[in-house]
Unconditional design. Structure first.
Length: 123
């Protein structure tokens, strides 16, 4: 329903491509779409909230979308490097609204970092 442009923005960034692409595949996935056991490092994102910019005389022209971005890697330095590259790539298109703590994912045991952004998406 909402055409979030995060993948094209990441794919257009040389630093992100250098860290996340192999064999022509950028390891950046919408939440729930990542392959089983993806090669680290990789990034997932999911919409966690948002609302339309309602107008009285017309349908909304834009949606504000809250997006959670999760970064996974095999070591702490790499997860931090990838998170910074992703943030720098998308920050000209959206606003960072939350920085999470760097931790270990309870399922995979991999270093993990999460942050949220607010993206204004034109319809």
């Amino acid at each position: 329903m909402i055409d979030l442009p995060i993948f094209p923005v990441l794919k257009a960034n040389a630093a992100v491509v250098a860290l996340l692409e192999s064999n022509g595949i950028l390891r950046a996935y919408s939440f729930g779409i990542a392959p089983d056991n993806p090669q680290p490092p990789y990034v997932t994102w999911q919409i966690v909230g948002g609302d339309p910019y309602n107008e009285l005389d017309d349908v909304p022209s834009c949606d504000r979308v809250d997006v959670q971005i999760d970064v996974y890697a095999m070591d702490d330095d790499v997860v931090s490097e990838v998170a910074k590259a992703v943030r720098n790539a998308i920050e000209t298109e959206c606003y960072v609204t939350r920085y999470g703590n760097q931790d270990k994912d309870p399922v995979t045991g991999m270093p993990h970092y999460s942050f949220d952004v607010s993206w204004h998406v034109n319809r």
